[in-house]
Write a protein that binds this ligand. Structure first.
Ligand code: 9D3
Length: 254
């Protein structure tokens, strides 16, 4: 079988809680990507690189204050280990942390070009700053809310990247037709039955007039985006038809 290995991706996840990843990384599309050999994910337990008797990975902060800080040595050792194991590749080292740049689809598009990522999941209140200074290429957050650690954010990254690796999605699911690809929200969708508990499907979708349906969907996408996420319209590259539809929608509002 001829295979394109060029786009394959290796992801090493460094964490104190590898068991958290079990379900998400062995289900659905991520499982398929791994089974096809397009995505190689390995979990490394940071605690395996704490060599003292009690395998301590955190300590009190210098200067005092609440909460524990993750010690530098086990993280440095773990990164060194996966670097060595990964051969000659130069992996991109990413720290998931609340101070990072907020993740979006554009960042995903850039990250999927990499062949090897090392994701470091913080836990507890923080990480020794020397990890950031010496080891980390990029810090990423998934949004302005407080989580218990970087594990779920790491899964978010893996999920978003896995579906962008060529060969992972089937043609009809292709990410190239995604909402956010053109920067607009999805139009309303319906399936059978035509009537459910008195609620009907818009007549136009049953008309068979594909051009009318296309324009209706585009108008609904624009309407929804205008109402819920006007910030997206500013970034989106709109066609002339879109601009006309949008103006009509704004006129209806007024
Ligand atoms: C009072 C300072 N807190 C920062 C908001 C401390 C703190 C809270 C929670 C430090 C680390 C965490 C654990 N969170 C993450 O490691 C994390 C995270 C998040 O909490 N929200 C969104 N994205 C991310 S990526 C990693």
């Amino acid at each position: 079988m001829i295979r394109n290995w060029v786009n394959d991706m290796k992801i090493d996840i460094l964490t104190l809680f590898p068991e958290m990843f079990e379900g998400p990384l062995t289900s659905s599309i991520i499982k398929r990507a791994r089974d096809k050999g397009l995505l190689d994910i390995n979990m490394t337990n940071i605690r395996d690189f704490a060599y003292d008797k009690h395998r301590v990975v955190d300590d009190y902060p210098f200067g005092g204050g609440a909460g524990m800080v993750m010690k530098p040595e086990p993280i440095f050792e773990a990164v060194e280990f996966v670097r060595r194991k990964g051969g000659p590749s130069t992996p991109r080292v990413i720290l998931l942390c609340p101070q990072g740049k907020v993740f979006n689809q554009e960042m995903a598009k850039n990250l999927v070009k990499e062949t090897h990522l090392i994701l470091i999941c913080g836990h507890y209140e923080g990480i020794d700053e020397r990890v950031r200074e010496k080891l980390v290429d990029e810090e990423i957050s998934i949004g302005d809310f407080v989580l218990t650690g970087g594990e779920i954010p790491a899964m978010v990254l893996v999920d978003s990247l896995s579906r962008m690796i060529p060969g992972v999605l089937k043609e009809e699911e292709s990410f190239l037709t995604d909402s956010f690809y053109d920067g607009l929200l999805e139009y309303p969708q319906y399936t059978r039955p035509r009537e459910y508990e008195g609620m009907t499907v818009p007549e136009i979708l049953l008309s068979g007039d594909h051009e009318k349906i296309r324009v209706w969907r585009r108008r609904m996408s624009l309407k929804r985006t205008l109402k819920r996420r006007p910030d997206l319209l500013k970034k989106s590259a709109l066609a002339e038809e879109d601009k006309k539809l949008l103006q009509m929608l704004k006129d209806e509002e007024a």
